[in-house]
Design a protein around this ligand. Structure first.
Ligand code: FMN
Length: 156
């Protein structure tokens, strides 16, 4: 079982989060496939059971590159039903667009018919970090672990 982690990152913060999320996925026994959005190929969506999108917050929204990847995914519209989805982001501040960015991504995943799981612990909608994820690595790990466990549950 595999989870594709697609992220954008200009200054490395979201990239660090992506690797922490992937570590959590691996720790729960699912193989993470990590792709920077420039190298990501939507065709990989057909070979995985989960998709986690990560983006810096740009004006309260995901970046244009992530949106372009999403728009490419129309190629498989209707074929990704029941896949597990998740989202995380890095912002320049707190209360400056993290949740709007994550929710925008979760909405996309839901349009694809994916299954999204929040958490009652902190970062309810998905991992969010201010700048580098130094204090938020644990949240990223837990998120990867949570979604990997869901993938295993749904595909066993
Ligand atoms: C074009 C642009 C728009 C941004 N807009 C926001 C914003 O609305 N809110 C915010 O908190 N940070 C904003 N930032 C800051 C980035 O989200 C932040 O620096 C982030 O950690 C960058 O992630 P990266 O290192 O993965 O590129 C913006 C940065 C850029 C370049």
């Amino acid at each position: 079982m595999k989870i594709l982690v697609v992220f954008d990152s200009r200054t490395g913060n979201t990239e660090k989060m992506a690797h922490a999320v992937a570590e959590g996925v691996r720790g729960a026994g699912v193989e993470p496939v990590v792709r920077k959005v420039d190298e990501a190929n939507v065709d990989e969506l057909l070979g995985v059971q989960g998709l986690i999108l990560g983006s810096p917050v740009y004006y309260g929204l995901p970046t244009a590159k992530i949106k372009a990847f999403i728009d490419e995914s129309v190629k498989f519209h209707g074929k990704l039903e029941g896949m597990v989805g998740g989202a995380f982001c890095s912002a320049g501040g707190t209360h400056t667009g993290s949740e709007t960015t994550i929710m925008a991504l979760l909405e996309v995943l839901m349009v694809h018919g994916m299954i999204v799981q929040g958490t009652s612990a902190k970062n309810h909608y998905g991992a969010a970090s201010m700048g580098a994820p130094d204090d938020d690595v644990e949240v990223c790990l837990r998120m990867g672990e949570r979604l990997a466990k869901l993938v295993k549950k749904l595909n066993s």
